[in-house]
Design a protein around this ligand. Structure first.
Ligand code: IPE
Ligand code: MG
Length: 221
């Protein structure tokens, strides 16, 4: 979800206003996806392990926004059958935000509609390293460690194979998002800034994805 700051700056507004619009954009998309059942799983990359280097005020604003999003939306999410998950290291997060997330995860754990994952204090390298740590802690022998086992140990182990990565805001890079998981994912980059990314923009991305040939390294006839 990139481009909030530029969206605001282009309008002579503070960056925080871009984040506020960005959170509305996320809200709109989640509502749309949960209603239309176009995809069973969606992950929103909300805060990366590198985002800690932003100004303290902006970080606090982002966390408050997220807390508000969860608190305000919990009833609606639960009602709509959305199941919430978190990936990322929650320990450095403010305790109020952590509690709000824990409540929302607990309240939606039996839901069977859209699987919404929020990547918060998440990094692709962190996730791989976390898998290694868990493998070591479990005392796994090097010879017994295969891809399927390792995948299950990673923080993303509960999620299905990744099909499509959408990055808004014009940059063509993964910025430490799903590194392991994106091995055979389709990548979609759009100039559209995140606050402008609406239902139509999502459908465009999905149509683009549907028109691609995926051969996963095989020869296709
Ligand atoms: C949103 O966009 C990213 C986060 C929520 C951390 P940015 O804040 O990176 O916006 P730009 O790239 O400066 O426009
Ligand atoms: Mg950015």
């Amino acid at each position: 979800m990139d481009g909030n700051g530029r969206w605001a700056t282009a309008r002579g507004l503070p960056r925080t206003e871009g984040h506020r619009q960005g959170s509305l954009s996320a809200e709109r998309l989640v509502r749309f996806l949960s209603k239309e059942k176009l995809v069973p799983y969606v992950t929103l990359f909300a805060f990366s392990t590198e985002n800690w280097s932003r100004p303290k005020r902006e970080i606090e604003f982002l966390f408050r926004l997220l807390e508000g999003f969860i608190e305000r939306k919990l009833a609606e999410l639960a009602e709509a059958g959305v199941r919430l998950r978190l990936i990322g290291d929650p320990r450095p997060l403010p305790s109020r935000l952590r509690r709000a997330i824990e409540r929302a995860i607990g309240a939606t754990v039996h839901n069977e509609g859209l699987n919404l994952t929020i990547a918060l204090n998440f990094g692709g390298r962190w996730a791989i390293l976390e898998g290694v740590r868990r493998a070591l802690t479990a005392g796994l022998a090097a010879t017994g460690l295969d891809e399927a086992t390792f995948r299950g140990l990673m923080p993303t182990g509960e999620l299905p194979e990744l099909d499509l990565v959408i990055r808004t805001g014009g940059h063509k890079r993964l910025s430490n998002f799903f590194l392991w998981e994106a091995a055979y994912a389709e990548l979609y980059f759009t100039e559209t800034l995140w606050p402008d990314f609406d239902e139509r923009a999502f459908l465009e991305a999905l149509l683009d994805f549907q028109n691609r040939t995926r051969n996963f390294g095989r020869v296709v006839a």
